[in-house]
Write a protein that binds this ligand. Structure first.
Ligand code: ZN
Length: 289
C-alpha cells in the first residue's frame, strides 16, 4: 500500500545487512541519543505528574544533576524516591528521598557503615586520595561527593566528580583533563602507598588501574598526545559485535608497538609519582579528612 511508513529501532546499526538499508527500504536514520538537560527536565515532568513532590523539590535541579541518565533511568529514579517516601512514612517526596534515589540509581543501595578497623582506614585513605586529587588538580572537574558508606554490588566507597555536561556533550576532553583524570584514578593507590607503604597496598585499585591504562593508551595511539607525535596508530575499537572487523586494526610496526607500550608506561608512572608527591605534600590534610 501507499502511505505506510515502517519504523524500526536498533542499538546496533553498524551490523545491519546493507540490503535492509537500500533506498526505499530503511533509508532514513534518526539517532536518539541520551537526553540533554532540556530532555531530562521534560521526562522528569512527565513522570512527576502522578507523584506528590514537596514544594522544595526542584525538577530543574534533578535534571542538572543527572547527565548520562536515560528516560528509563529517570522514571526509575522518581519511582525509587516514591518508594523511599512511603517507607519513611512521609506524604510527599522530599529532597533527601531524591538525593538517596539518585545515589541508588547511579551507584547502588546504601549498606551499613563499617566499624572502625584497618580495612575501614585503608578504604578511607584510598577514597580521600581520589577526592584530594579532584580538589587539588587544576584541570579536574571538582569533587561532588566522597563516601565510605558501602553500597550494594561490592562498592566499598567512592569519590565522585561533578559532571561537566558541556564536556560530556562535546566530548572535547583536553590533554590536561585526561592527565588529571589519570592522576585522580591513581589517587587511591597512591594514598595507600604513601600512608601504608608498598607492601600494604591492596587490590582495591584494580578498576582504577584499568581506567589509567585505557586512557594512557588512547592518548598515545588515538589522540597523538605523547612523544610519539601526532599520529593515529590504532583505529578505535567500536565494540564490534558480529563479523566485521574482528581483528583489531593496528596501523603500526612491531617496533612501534614496543614504543607505544613504553609511552603508556611512562605516562602512568610519571602521573603516579606526581600523585604520590601531591599527597605527601598534603599529608596533614589527608590525615584530618
Ligand atoms: Zn579507587
Amino acid at each position: 500500500n501507499e502511505g505506510i511508513i515502517i519504523v524500526a529501532a536498533t542499538n546496533r546499526p553498524d551490523v545491519l545487512d546493507t540490503a535492509l538499508l537500500r533506498p526505499g527500504r530503511f533509508d532514513r536514520q534518526v539517532t536518539v541519543s541520551l537526553p540533554t538537560y532540556n530532555g531530562r527536565l521534560g521526562i522528569l515532568q512527565v513522570h512527576a505528574r502522578n507523584k506528590k513532590l514537596a514544594p522544595d523539590v526542584s525538577l530543574e535541579k534533578i535534571a542538572r544533576r543527572t547527565p548520562g541518565l536515560s528516560g528509563a533511568d529517570l522514571a526509575n529514579l522518581l519511582n525509587e524516591a516514591a518508594i523511599l517516601t512511603a517507607r519513611r512514612r512521609k506524604d510527599s517526596i522530599g529532597e533527601s528521598e531524591i538525593e538517596d534515589a539518585i545515589d541508588r540509581v547511579t551507584i547502588g543501595l546504601k549498606l551499613t557503615p563499617l566499624l572502625d578497623s584497618k580495612k575501614k582506614r585503608i578504604i578511607a585513605y584510598h577514597e580521600i586520595g581520589h577526592a584530594m586529587m579532584m580538589t587539588l588538580l587544576k584541570n579536574s572537574d571538582p569533587l561532588n561527593k566522597v563516601t565510605i558508606v558501602p553500597r550494594s554490588g561490592g562498592i566499598e566507597g567512592f569519590a565522585q566528580p561533578v559532571l561537566n555536561e558541556d564536556m560530556v556533550d562535546s566530548g572535547l576532553y583536553s590533554r590536561g583533563w585526561l592527565l588529571d583524570r589519570i592522576r585522580i584514578s591513581l589517587g587511591g593507590r597512591a594514598a595507600e602507598t604513601v600512608v601504608f607503604g608498598d607492601a600494604e597496598v591492596t587490590i582495591g585499585a584494580g578498576q582504577d588501574l584499568k581506567v589509567v591504562t585505557t586512557l594512557a593508551r588512547e592518548m598515545v595511539t588515538l589522540y597523538g598526545m605523547s612523544d610519539l607525535g601526532p599520529m593515529a596508530l590504532e583505529s578505535p575499537n567500536n565494540e564490534v559485535f558480529l563479523g566485521r572487523d574482528l581483528m583489531p586494526s593496528s596501523e603500526h610496526s612491531e617496533e612501534m608497538a614496543v614504543q607505544i607500550d613504553r609511552q603508556v608506561r611512562t605516562i602512568a608512572q610519571k602521573c603516579f609519582e606526581e600523585t604520590c608527591q601531591i599527597l605527601r605534600d598534603n599529608r596533614p590534610l589527608m590525615d584530618r579528612l
